[in-house]
Design a protein around this ligand. Structure first.
Ligand code: AMP
Ligand code: MG
Length: 297
């Protein structure tokens, strides 16, 4: 198994400012990889995707055959603008069967959502047993943008860290295996990606003038991220920081993190609740096509 999860996990003494957004922790060091790590990592993705798809199918199959099996996976994606959340959904989550995915994006709360506490809309968006949920942004926005852009008073956002921890403990107890990831890009890489969105008309739709205003708050955001990561990383709901300036590393590392969460569930295909041998015989000896065609409608 890969050591990526261990290397990227937010543990004691973690310092976000010490993480290099262009780093490639855990990438093997043998000659083939060193020659062209990008080509190597890209070539690995279909294989990792195949493993993800198998794990997801087993998760789905278990929930279907046993209504008491509550297990599910929840991937929480957070990042600064242009951090690669959408790309991760497309490239990594996209390797799994869409039928077993439950993908939800969180924007500014609507008037209806604002009438409830901040976890209300999150609870409604949780994956059902057997599903892989993906949150494109999440309840963490309420201690990130809400804090940095002063959408909530300090005492309110401060009170949210313990609420989030209690909530995530509750989820773990209900069979939710969480993988929380901050895709970490640099200030310069964000500038490059925003520029790309401004020169290609096919990318205009992704651009939001407010993203440039947000760049003025970069340090405040990094501080808010650091606090969220360190206050809310636990054994049952760990945070990981994935260096994301290089998209090929991001996708490769993300696939490993999700696989690791699946492996923790020790999934197997559920046993048959019928006798396959007997069913085969029944099928072979059963009514022939000729008899069916001859039978009255
Ligand atoms: P995008 O991810 O580009 O679709 O943008 C979604 C926007 O919604 C971002 O600017 C987020 O900061 C904003 N957003 C998401 N959740 C919240 C929240 N709880 N409070 C305020 N803004 C939010
Ligand atoms: Mg955006």
């Amino acid at each position: 198994m890969s050591n990526v999860p261990e290397l990227l996990r937010v543990g004691d003494g973690f310092d976000l400012s010490a993480v290099d957004p262009a780093g490639t922790p855990g990438l093997p060091d043998h000659k083939i990889v060193r020659k062209d790590p990008k080509v190597w990592a890209r070539a690995m993705l279909p294989q990792l995707g195949g493993e993800l798809a198998t794990q997801q199918e087993m998760l789905f199959a278990n929930a279907k055959s046993n209504p008491r099996d509550m297990r599910r996976v929840l991937l929480v994606l957070q990042a600064m603008d242009c951090g690669g959340k959408d790309g991760t959904v497309k490239k990594v989550a996209g390797t799994m069967n869409p039928q077993g995915l439950h993908i939800v994006g969180f924007g500014p709360p609507t008037a209806a959502e604002l009438r409830h506490d901040f976890l209300w809309r999150v609870r409604r968006a949780l994956p059902k047993p057997g599903f892989v949920g993906v949150f494109n942004r999440s309840h963490y926005e309420d201690v990130l943008v809400a804090r940095v852009r002063k959408l909530a008073p300090k005492r309110l956002w401060l009170s949210r860290y313990p609420q989030i921890n209690d909530f995530e403990q509750e989820l773990a107890n209900a069979g939710v295996a969480m993988v929380k990831v901050m895709l970490h890009i640099s200030f310069e890489e964000q500038r490059r990606r925003l520029l790309e969105r401004l020169v290609d008309p096919a990318k205009f739709w992704k651009y939001n003038p407010a993203d440039v205003d947000n760049r003025a708050y970069w340090h405040a955001y990094q501080e808010a991220y650091h606090d969220a990561l360190t206050r809310c990383s636990s054994d049952h709901a760990p945070w990981y920081v994935v260096p994301a300036d290089r998209k090929w590393y991001r996708d490769w590392a993300m696939a490993h993190l999700i696989l690791d969460a699946f492996k923790g569930l020790k999934l197997q295909y559920p046993p048959a609740d019928f006798d396959p041998q007997r069913e085969r015989q029944r099928l072979e000896k059963g009514v022939s096509q000729r008899e069916v065609l001859a039978s009255p409608k």
